[in-house]
Ligand binder design. Structure first.
Ligand code: S3P
Length: 448
């Protein structure tokens, strides 16, 4: 849906202190999976705390198109009446996944082993992103696909009539690819095996087990070996979606760089496959603490407390940490610009195929605001100017990418003068309450 509306230019003015409690929305990854797995279970799944951003709403619409009954009860409470594994109906319209790579890739996997055909499309950003990484393994199950050149959407998937289970080594560190293969494996008889060299977010594995699938994960010399037994009957669940660490990153990083700030961000999911940013910030010298650590719905959760941290230093972020913070590099680069010394981020090739080429998008915008950036194909570095040292004054392109738009808004909060983006509209895909939430803390973000 984003990318098709009128651009919403936004400006963020220097501010501080930021104070108070930031209740960020539900986790995007878990929200997509709750709807999709709910649609593949038999009976009623109840979800609370669902992220009601455009990306997830597009997945809800898609699940209805495949025959599930999806009901919005209000206030983040939803129910899904599933049709069972292999029970998807053939949609009679094109499935529009808007801006969401997670939505389209997971749904393609979920339908690819049923004897139905579906056509997928998205906005201008999604229609540029690579889909062969998903359709290649789906072909091994017997599904066929026809899309635009270089495996781009719009694309039609003809699901396999007689799916066969597969053994697949994921060639790129991608939880979306891993999850698409596992969801396809649900309706293939026998055991589907997915091998990943680097651990990526494991919500699909945890949730599949929660829904009653037989799934095992082994650490071997080859990497993580995930084995799923096909054709289970998935049992409906009661799911409380934890708050999104990737959204928490914005108020946390804003508090670290604005003088006098002290912000509490409660109930954040701290699954180790997602929490790399917070480890990195602490290594840089951030005053960031975990309070009230607990477990909720099978996921580790804590309240994050972030205070103004004028002494942060640039560091070398370990490349092996990349998968656990892949969505957080844009906002990390903003903190890096406010630290002393250079921050080097390696092993991040995947950043080039997100909602935008995130290295390119951040490098352009940071430079436009007086920050020096160097980049290679799979690395980039940011020259820190120390706290309050970022000149600002630039107008940045957001390239239809929510996290780029929000990162530049955070940059403006700690800069000498304001920072603007050409289009903040995409923020609604993942963090629809970003503006009122940041305003409530004391930020001065306005539509211009
Ligand atoms: C996601 C996986 C990641 C991440 C995306 C959400 C998921 O993408 O960037 O925002 O929910 O599985 P990749 O699998 O492409 O790394």
């Amino acid at each position: 849906m984003s990318g098709q509306g009128t651009p919403i230019p936004m400006t963020s003015h220097p501010c501080g202190p930021l104070n108070g409690t930031a209740e960020v929305p539900g986790d995007k990854s878990i929200s997509h999976r709750s709807l999709i797995l709910g649609a593949m279970a038999v009976g009623e799944t109840r979800i609370s705390g669902l992220l009601e951003g455009e990306d997830v709403l597009d997945t809800a619409k898609a699940m209805r198109a495949f025959g599930a009954e999806v009901t919005d009860l209000g206030g983040g409470e939803w129910t899904v009446h599933g049709v069972g594994v292999g029970g998807f109906a053939e949609p009679d319209q094109v499935i529009d996944c808007g801006n969401s790579g997670t939505g389209v890739r997971l749904i393609m996997g979920a339908m690819a082993t049923s004897p139905i055909t579906a056509t997928f499309t998205g906005d201008a950003s999604l229609n540029k992103r690579p889909m062969a990484r998903v359709t290649d393994p789906l072909a091994l199950f017997g599904a066929q696909s026809v899309g635009r050149s270089a495996g781009r959407l719009p694309m039609t998937i003809v699901g396999a009539n007689d799916p066969i289970p597969v053994r697949y080594e994921v060639p790129v560190p991608s939880a979306q690819v891993k999850s698409a293969v596992l969801l396809a494996g649900l309706n293939a008889p026998g055991k589907t095996v997915v091998i990943e060299k680097e651990a990526t977010r494991d919500h699909s594995e945890r949730m599949l087990a929660g829904f009653g699938a037989e799934i095992t994960v082994e650490d071997t010399d080859q990497g993580h070996v995930i084995t799923l037994t096909g054709q289970p009957e998935l049992k409906p669940q009661i799911i409380a979606v934890p708050r999104d660490p990737s959204s928490a990153a914005f108020p946390v990083c804003a508090a670290l760089i604005t003088p006098g700030s002290d912000v509490l961000v409660p109930g954040i999911g701290l699954n180790p496959t997602r929490a790399g940013l917070f480890t990195t910030l602490r290594e840089m010298g951030a005053d960031l603490t975990y309070e009230n650590e607990r477990e909720e719905g099978g996921e580790p959760v804590a309240d994050l407390r972030a205070r103004y941290s004028p002494e942060m230093k640039g560091i070398k972020v370990p490349p092996e940490r990349a998968a656990s913070m892949i969505d957080e590099y844009p906002v990390l680069s903003v903190v890096a610009a406010n630290a002393v010394g250079t921050t080097l981020m390696g092993g991040v090739r995947e950043l080039r195929v997100k909602e935008s080429d995130r290295i390119d998008a951040m490098a352009r915008g940071l430079r436009a605001n007086g920050v020096a950036v160097e980049e290679g194909e799979d690395w980039w570095s940011v020259e820190g100017l120390g706290i309050g040292g970022v000149p600002g004054g630039g107008v940045c392109e957001s390239f239809l990418d929510h996290r780029i738009a929000m990162s530049f808004m955070v940059l403006g909060m700690g800069a000498k003068v304001e920072v603007s983006v050409d289009d903040g509209g995409p923020i609604a895909t993942s963090f629809p309450i970003f503006e009122p939430l940041m305003a409530g803390l004391g930020a001065r973000v306005e539509r211009t």
